[in-house]
Design a protein around this ligand. Sequence first.
Ligand code: KIV
Ligand code: ZN
Length: 510
Amino acid sequence: MSEQVIIFDTTLRDGEQSPGASMTRDEKLRIARQLERMRVDVIEAGFAAASPGDFAAISAIARVVRDSTVCSLARANERDIARAAEALTDAPRRRIHTFIATSRLHMEMKLRMSPEDVLQQAVAAVRFARRFTDDVEFSPEDGSRSDPDFLCRVLEAVIAAGANTINFPDTVGYAAPELFGQTIKNLRSRIPNADQAIWSVHCHNDLGLAVANSLAGVVVGGARQIECTINGLGERAGNTALEEVVMALKTRADHYQLHTNIDASQIVPASKLVSQITGFAVQPNKAVVGANAFAHASGIHQDGILKARETYEIMRAEDVGWSANKIVLGKLSGRNAFRQRLQELGVLPESESELNQAFARFKDLADRKTEIFDEDLLSLIVDEEHEHEHFHLLSLKQSSETGEASQAELVFAAGNKELRSTGQGNGPVDACFNAIEKVVHSGAELVLFTINAISTGPQAQGEVTIRLSLDGRIANGVGADPDIITASAKAYLAALNKLQAKSEKLNPQV
Ligand code: KIV
Ligand code: ZN
C-alpha cells in the first residue's frame, strides 16, 4: 500500500489574497462544494478575523461541507483564534491553522518582536487553539528563510503544546527544491517529538518552483501534506498548483509510490469555476488545465497520436475532466434536462425559486443562441448570482457611428434604488463606463480589460474581465453576454461590487 499525501486546498484563503481575486460568500460556497466533490482533504475556507464577510463565508462553508475538514487561518493571538473557532462551529471536522513569522527579517521588521516572545506567542496560540479543536496546524511563516536552530526550538515547543500538523512555508518562493527537501528532513530528524505531527509544505511560485519544492518536501523531507490552490492562484506568482502536484503524484506513482484522495475527473471543472469566478484566466499552455494542455496542434505529433495516444500523451484528457466541447442543451430542452445538467456541473441552485429564475434566463439565452454549452450554463449561474449583488445591470441601450462619439444609456440597480444614466465615450464600452461613473463616482481606475469567447462558434458569448484599482485596492469583475457591450457593463458593475466588499478586509500576513 502506498502512503497518502493529504491535499490541503487554500484557494479560498491564500488564493483570495491575490490582488483582484476576492470572492463573495456565495462564490466561495460554490467553490467549496466543488472542492469537496473533488475529495480535497482539508479546505482552508478563509481567515475568519479578516472581515465580517470572511467570517460569514467560513460559517456558511462549515454548515454545508460534510466530508472535507474545514479550516480557518488565525494569527497567533486569542482574538483571531476565537473568531476562527466560532466560524467553524458547525463543521463536523474543523481545523484551526495558526501562524507567526520566525525569520529574523520578519520578526524584526514586521512583528518588531524578539525571538523569545515569538516562541512564547506561538506556544500560547497553539495551546489556546486546542481548547476549541484537537486538529491544530502551526506554520512558522517565512520558514525557508528562518534560522534552523530557532525553528527546532519553536516547532518542538508547538508540537508539545498540541499542534498535530506542522506546515513549513516557503512564503516568498525563495527555496530551491534540493535544499527545501533537505531542510525539512533535517528539522524532522533534529526535533525529538517530530513524529507526533504530520509535516506539510506550503510553497509560493516566485521562481516557478512551487510544485518542485512541494514534491521535494514530500520525497526528501517526508512531508505528507501539500498546501495548494486551484490554477496555482495566490499572491504574486501564486501557490503550488493543485492540479500539477496531484497529477504528478498520480501519473508518476511508479516513482513517488504515494497517492492522494483526489477525484482527478473534477480538476478541470474546478479550474473553470475558479477562473470564471475570480476573472483570472488560465494560460493556454498551463499544465493539466490549460486549453492546449492536451491539444496536439503540431503536425508531427498528430500522426503519432493517431497511431498510439501514448506516443505524446502521458495523461488522458478525460481523466482530468476535459470533455468534448459538446452542445448540451438547446431551445427545446425542458426544465428537467436543465436541472439535471446543473446538478452534474455541481451548480444546482438551492431553492426551487432560484432554479425557476435560472431556467427563465436559460430560455432567454436559448432564444438568442441556439447551442448552449456547459460553459454557458456556468456563466448563467454566475450571472444569476450577480443579480443579488448591490450593483447590477437592468438594461442598456447604446449607439455608435464611425467618426462620432458613442452614446450609452444605462439602467442599473444600486441596492434597492434604480439608477439611470447616460454617457458618451470613445467607443461604446467607454460610453457605458462613463455613464456608470457619472452616477457612482467611484473614482476607480480601469487597469485591465480582456474579452474572451466562452465557448466555440460564431454565436459564442463574450466574457469580459475588468480590473479596477482604487486606493491600493484591486478588484476583478466578470460579465458574460452574447452582446459584448452588455458583458462589459456587467463586468464593470461586478468589479465595483467587489471593490466595495474589499474595503473592510484585513490581510493576515501584512
Ligand atoms: O505563505 C505563507 O507563509 C502563508 C502562511 C500563512 C502559511 O500563507
Ligand atoms: Zn502562503
